[in-house]
Ligand binder design. Structure first.
Ligand code: CO
Length: 505
């Protein structure tokens, strides 16, 4: 029986989940050669929130980080997490920007691309898959796992089959909330192995205490790879620890072999880094989150949500709002809860409890109902759709959302040239997503200390929700996506309210 492969996530998801993505390249480099010789099938080092964090908090060029890590760990394939057409942001980008991003990333040393879409709309993965293939790199198509009446094993397997047809080299199950039970993990992997002829990877989080057990069940079902981290950047809201997984697999015919002395060395090293990042870590993220089990929503969403309710003076309505979330999801075709949909759905549940169902509809909810994010997994509630069509006067988007976008690369290049900034593909793609932060990176060198986190959490805390006096225009605009905290403006009974939507992956 083939041993199961481990990918290691400590340099990406491990610190994104447990230390607000604040590990610096300097903190990574001493560990990289050790990680490289351990026998991991892949090292996840890039993507997700790391690019945002490099630019916003660490004053680092993310492409330089990748090149440095590639040099320090040249043997093991390096993996990135890509949000399909959203790249590493929250809105759709034109195809030419997505293509340029992947080409630049491949040239900088990226080997494997984990590509997902929050709605599992495969049209939002098509350009990325095609471009990764054209660059001769590995395209791993991800299934965003969630629970709902329409998210059956059969439905996920259908998406897996489609991703295989689209040219993916492997399939990933991405359980971002850590709500995949061992039994369903077993069934899902069994069915995928039966219907899809590609290697299968399972990625989970131990948030609800299910992660390691889900891995064991998936390994029994024949999963090819699971993703583990290194303690203390492991367990809790991150991936199960490598040493822990090895102990759980002791005596198992598929147990892989790792040098315990080197694992111990890595643990000691990362314990030091964890202490250095103590401002950004929290004991709450290290333990099993019973609320996640109870409400079946991502752990990060819950902590953000408590803050948001408190700011709205609705702390006593927590249970009611939680109970409203499945209703909002159902009306939106059982949309998965992952950035940014988790915050959008949560905010609408709060509005429904406060003012009555659909008395106030958030702009982003209208956008989802109109298909601007892509095709939802189920059907949009007809009553809600009618309301949104009347309110906005817009027509539903029929095609792929990115089809409506004009090519942008030459415009970006011209803008950068006018500002006297670099105009290569790397510069263009970073500037397209993080214009302010990118410009800051190229300011004359000033020693900038890393910004302090507002709260120690796996995701940046939701900023205050100030109620601003009434604006005359009833149509709020979504603000420009400027990084890990995305701001939305809602108008409620003539009062304009800004809502922060924070990173969750
Ligand atoms: Co993850």
């Amino acid at each position: 029986m083939k041993t199961v492969a481990f990918n290691n996530t400590v340099l990406r998801d491990g610190h994104q989940s447990l230390a607000a993505t604040r590990m610096t390249t300097a903190q990574m480099l001493p560990a990289a050669p050790i990680l490289d010789e351990m026998g991991f099938a892949g090292l996840e080092t890039w993507g997700g929130a790391t690019i945002d964090s490099c630019l916003r908090y660490l004053n680092e060029n993310p492409f330089d980080r990748l090149r440095a890590l590639k040099k320090a760990a040249p043997k093991t394939p390096q993996i990135m997490l890509l949000r399909g057409q959203n790249i590493v942001q929250y809105t759709s980008f034109p195809d030419d920007v997505v293509e340029a991003f992947i080409r630049a990333d491949a040239a900088a040393g990226q080997d494997v691309f984990r590509i997902f879409d929050a709605l599992n709309d495969t049209r939002n993965l098509a350009t990325a898959i095609k471009t990764v293939r054209a660059c001769d790199k590995h395209a791993r198509g991800e299934l965003c796992y969630t629970t709902s009446p329409v998210h059956t094993v059969a439905a996920f397997v259908r998406i897996g089959v489609e991703l295989e047809k689209m040219g993916c080299h492997s399939i990933g199950i991405k359980d971002m909330s850590g709500v995949l039970s061992p039994k369903i993990a077993f069934d899902l992997v069994t069915e995928l192995k039966r219907r899809v002829g590609l290697p299968i990877t399972l990625h989970t989080h131990d948030t609800a205490g299910l992660g390691a057990a889900a891995y064991l069940a998936a390994i029994d079902a024949g999963v090819d790879t699971v993703e583990t981290s290194i303690s203390p950047f492991a367990n809790g809201t991150a991936q199960p620890d490598t040493v822990r997984m090895l102990a759980l697999l002791e005596g198992h015919p598929r147990c892989p072999s790792f040098d315990p002395a080197k694992l111990q060395k890595l643990r000691e090293y990362f314990t030091g880094v964890y202490a250095e990042l103590s401002k950004f870590t929290s004991p709450a993220n290290e333990r099993v989150d019973a609320d996640t089990l109870c409400y079946q929503v991502p752990g990060g969403m819950l902590s953000n949500f408590r803050t948001q309710l408190k700011e709205q003076g609705m702390s006593d309505k927590f249970e009611q709002v939680m109970a409203e979330i499945p209703h909002v999801r159902k009306c939106l075709g059982w949309i998965p809860l992952v950035t940014p949909t988790s915050q959008i759905v949560g905010t609408q549940a709060m509005l429904n409890v406060k003012f009555g169902r659909w008395k106030n509809v958030a702009q982003s909810i209208s956008d989802i109902a109109l298909g601007k994010f892509g095709r939802p997994p189920g059907t949009i509630d007809p009553e809600l759709l009618k309301l949104v069509l009347e309110k906005t006067g817009q027509k539903p988007v029929e095609g792929r959302p990115a089809d409506a976008l004009e090519p942008r690369m030459s415009k970006l290049r011209a803008e950068l040239a006018a500002k006297g900034l670099p105009t290569g593909d790397e510069a263009c793609v970073l500037y397209s997503m993080f214009p302010v932060e990118f410009a800051k990176l190229h300011q004359p060198a000033v020693a900038t200390p890393p910004a302090a986190a507002p709260a120690a959490a796996a995701i940046p805390a939701v900023p205050a929700v100030p109620a601003v006096p009434a604006a005359t225009t009833p149509t709020p605009a979504t603000s420009a996506p400027s990084g890990s905290t995305h701001r939305y403006a809602l108008t409620i009974n003539g009062r304009r309210i800004e809502v922060g939507v924070a990173e969750l992956s």
